[in-house]
Design a protein. Structure first.
Length: 318
């Protein structure tokens, strides 16, 4: 079993390395075109991008906090923020499972049982993926852009159909979702949970994830505006491109953090507007930008421990 995990990890990193090597080669082939491009960073616009990015991280934490409310647990936003973004670091290990383990361990610190945090992780995917799939065709508009991704186009339509069908069934029949969660917990040898949120809670979760995806997309649009002297991408297409690239990278289970896959999808969608060389460069620069942002967010998440300890001391003194 341990050997199998090591093989899967190695394959994941190998695939990511191959895709990234291919993208770097494209940059080399198009180096003359890139040399002619006027790279002039607009730092004010970059600040706007960073602001939208930070707001997206906040709303994602609120979405998970709202999920936890559905189980009858109340936690502070600072605790939700810390749990979500420290656990999020596990995405960079192939297999996706490490993010779950991290969430379970961190949630225990605020008295959320393992079975609840496990179920909440499944619910986060159950709400965030349909929200993303709903927004992609709305913002990209031209479905032929998705079809240009070759095999990914077929994967998108298949996952879109299955995800939305399952989501609609469980959204309007929450008892079925409760049964599904408990079957999953039974497989994981955990005690059952009671999850029967009202329609207000279910709507709130879905809306928060819609807002989160839009904010991430806006952050990407202003990232492009900051980086390029003249961006020919409409704002709706920029937003849709980011969401499509992130989601299709996320569902590639082997690659750590969607590494390589996300950049490949982003390149394919940007190429009709910006050309191959520039699109590849932007996708790789954006990966660096997001990695730096996640590092900063993780540091902020760590700082919430200090905030929590001060609150505990004040509570004891009172």
């Amino acid at each position: 079993m341990e050997f199998g995990k090591k093989v899967k990890t190695a394959i994941g990193w190998l695939l990511a390395a191959v895709i990234l090597a291919f993208l770097v080669r494209l940059i080399y082939v198009n180096r003359t075109e890139l040399a002619k491009w006027q790279w002039d960073i607009d730092w004010f616009t970059a600040l706007i991008s960073a602001l939208f990015l930070f707001l997206a991280y906040i709303t994602a934490a609120i979405a998970w906090q709202t999920i936890i409310y559905g189980f009858g647990h109340k936690i502070r936003l600072s605790d939700s923020f810390r749990i979500v973004y420290l656990a999020n670091l596990g995405r960079y290990i192939p297999g996706k499972i490490w993010q779950v383990f991290g969430m379970v361990a961190l949630a225990k610190e605020v008295d959320i049982p393992a079975r609840v945090s496990l179920a909440s992780f499944a619910l986060a995917q159950a709400y965030s993926l349909p929200a993303a799939f709903l927004l992609i065709p709305i913002f990209i508009g031209n479905i032929s852009s998705i079809e240009s991704l070759a095999v990914y186009g077929n994967i998108f339509y298949l996952v879109f159909a299955i995800t939305f069908l399952v989501f609609l069934i469980f959204f309007f029949k929450p008892d079925g979702l409760n049964i599904a969660l408990n079957r999953l917990l039974k497989i994981l040898k955990r005690e059952p949970v009671e999850y029967r949120p009202d329609i207000k809670n279910r709507m709130a979760i879905f809306v928060w994830y819609l807002i989160t995806w839009i904010l991430f997309g806006l952050a990407f649009h202003y990232f492009l505006e900051a980086l390029l002297d003249r961006s020919t991408l409409p704002i709706n297409y920029s937003v849709g491109t980011y969401i499509a690239a992130y989601i299709l990278g996320y569902i590639s289970f082997l690659s750590p953090g969607g590494l390589g896959f996300r950049e490949g999808v982003m390149t394919a969608l940007l190429t009709p507007f910006l050309g191959v060389g520039l699109s590849v460069s932007i996708s790789l620069i954006h990966r660096i930008w997001i990695t730096c942002a996640e590092a900063i967010i993780s540091l902020i998440a760590l700082l919430t421990y200090r905030f929590r300890s001060k609150k505990s001391e004040q509570h004891k003194q009172s």
